[in-house]
Design a binder for this molecule. Structure first.
Ligand code: TRP
Length: 453
């Protein structure tokens, strides 16, 4: 139970509730959703199983695991994953700070924060302070070891978040023009598919499932040999996809309500990073006197979901530093969180405070010219490459027979099952080919503006 909770905690976060809906909006709605679902189950699930199996087999951190299996040169892949975690946490913490700040602002009665979102994120004293608070919270949890208190909290707060989103889904369905939004979200228009939306769906899938950087190698070491790796991975994926799905179901009727049923505005208008920070609170406001209570509670739950993700992101470099340099956990946490906060400073400045970091990254394919968009594009590309290398490593270097043997622990019938055949087909052929190809698609599209699909 501990493992599933920790891994689901890592997966479920801002990626599901903040990023997923706006990516769907930019990606043209239902067609994006369809690709996303296919990618999660066909390309990502095998990567997830491989990561967890490597972690459980070796009981090591993301870099040490490769050495433990006897492949010293592959340690570089683990190190690269760790770097990737550092990059992601540096900007993720900034956005988590925005969300946490919303909680404070709403508790303090400043409900108009949503209308002034642009000013809010360029107010460096505020977002800087919220960012520092969030990093300290993450550091405190990680310095005490991942399990324990946060797990108990998770057991209550995750279901609470789900119930709250479902209640908001029900509410948003009652609003005028809701059905136009639902249609946009659920009825695919295949003409929306191209390099940018297909690549975007895969990037979103990797990011949301916390894949490609060895976070689940680290977490896999907590999974007992009696547990079934494949069922666990399926459970984590279903939980993560399910929460993203209902977040979309909550948002799109609201967008449609705001725009009088005109969903053509979604890509250009609200569907940026501001979706959850502008559209949603705007609707809370219409609830009346309960609005700020609902708003504050929502952002508190969102912050908690973000915290279980930042914890997993910090845990990866920390467990590496502890194993490798034999330092105390507390010291490793302090050093790493300071380094990551400093790397996050350009992201803090990219909300409007610094002209250069807010609009100086005008690469041909980039959606917005700000530093966070650029940095997250870099990180996403790394995740895809990491995922490709991890499955390829599992299938051809460590070898699929050894991987299969590890998967048979906790799954007695695995050897003669169809699941084994499908899994081996995925890791030897489908995933390496598709991930390598889509990695190229994403890099060309995102940084050079070249679309081959
Ligand atoms: N999956 C998390 C989210 O959706 C973010 C995250 C946590 C992550 N750990 C990760 C992303 C490791 C990539 C890799 O919010």
């Amino acid at each position: 139970m501990g493992f599933i909770l920790a891994a689901a905690g890592s997966a479920v976060g801002l990626g599901n509730i903040w990023r997923f809906p706006y990516e769907v909006g930019l990606g043209g709605g239902a067609a994006f959703l369809m690709m996303y679902l296919i990618f999660c189950f066909v390309l990502c699930l095998p990567v997830m199983v491989t990561e967890i199996a490597i972690g459980r087999k070796t009981q090591k951190n993301a870099a040490g695991a490769f050495v433990e299996l006897g492949f010293k040169r592959w340690k570089i892949l683990g190190l690269f994953g760790i770097l990737c975690g550092v990059i992601i946490l540096s900007f993720y913490n900034v956005i988590a700070g925005w969300a946490f700040g919303y909680f404070f602002e709403m508790v303090g009665g400043n409900f108009s924060i949503a209308e002034n979102f642009g000013e809010y994120i360029s107010d460096i004293t505020k977002v800087g302070l919220y960012g520092i608070i969030f990093m300290i919270a993450t550091a405190l949890v990680v310095s005490r070891g991942v399990s324990g208190g946060i797990e108990k909290l998770s057991k209550i707060l995750m279901p609470t978040l789900i119930i709250m989103i479902l209640a908001l889904v029900a509410y948003s369905f009652t609003l005028p023009n809701a059905m136009e939004g639902v249609k946009f979200y659920l009825v695919p228009d295949l003409s929306a598919l191209n390099s940018s939306t297909i690549g975007g769906a895969l990037r979103q899938a990797f990011f949301s499932l916390s894949l490609g950087m060895g976070a689940l190698i680290t977490y896999g070491s907590y999974l007992s040999k009696n547990e079934n790796v494949i069922t666990s991975a399926v459970q984590i994926t279903l939980m993560d996809v399910g929460i993203a799905f209902i977040a979309g179901l909550m948002i799109f009727p609201l967008v449609s309500f705001n725009n009088g049923g005109d969903m053509s505005m979604v890509a250009a208008d609200q569907a940026g990073p501001g979706l959850i920070f502008i559209t949603l609170p705007g609707v809370f406001e219409t609830i009346g006197s309960w609005g700020s209570f609902v708003g504050a509670f929502f952002f508190l739950l969102l912050s908690f979901a973000a915290l279980t993700s930042t914890v997993s992101l910090l845990e990866v470099p920390v467990s590496y530093v502890i194993d490798e340099f034999k330092v105390k956990r507390r010291k490793a946490v302090i050093i790493m969180s300071i380094i990551i906060f400093v790397i996050g400073i350009p992201s803090l400045l990219s909300g409007g405070y610094s002209q250069f970091f807010s609009s100086g990254f005008k690469l041909p394919g980039l959606k917005d010219p700000d530093f966070i968009t650029f940095f997250s594009g870099v990180a996403d590309s790394f995740l895809l490459l990491g995922g490709f290398l991890i499955v390829t490593f599992g299938a051809y270097v460590w070898k699929k027979e050894n991987l299969n043997e590890e998967l048979a622990n906790g799954y007695p019938g695995f050897k003669n099952s169809l699941v084994r055949k499908l899994f081996n087909f995925a890791i030897t052929i489908v995933c390496p080919i598709m991930l390598a190809f889509l990695f190229v698609v994403v890099v060309l599209n995102n940084f050079f503006g070249i679309s081959i699909l």
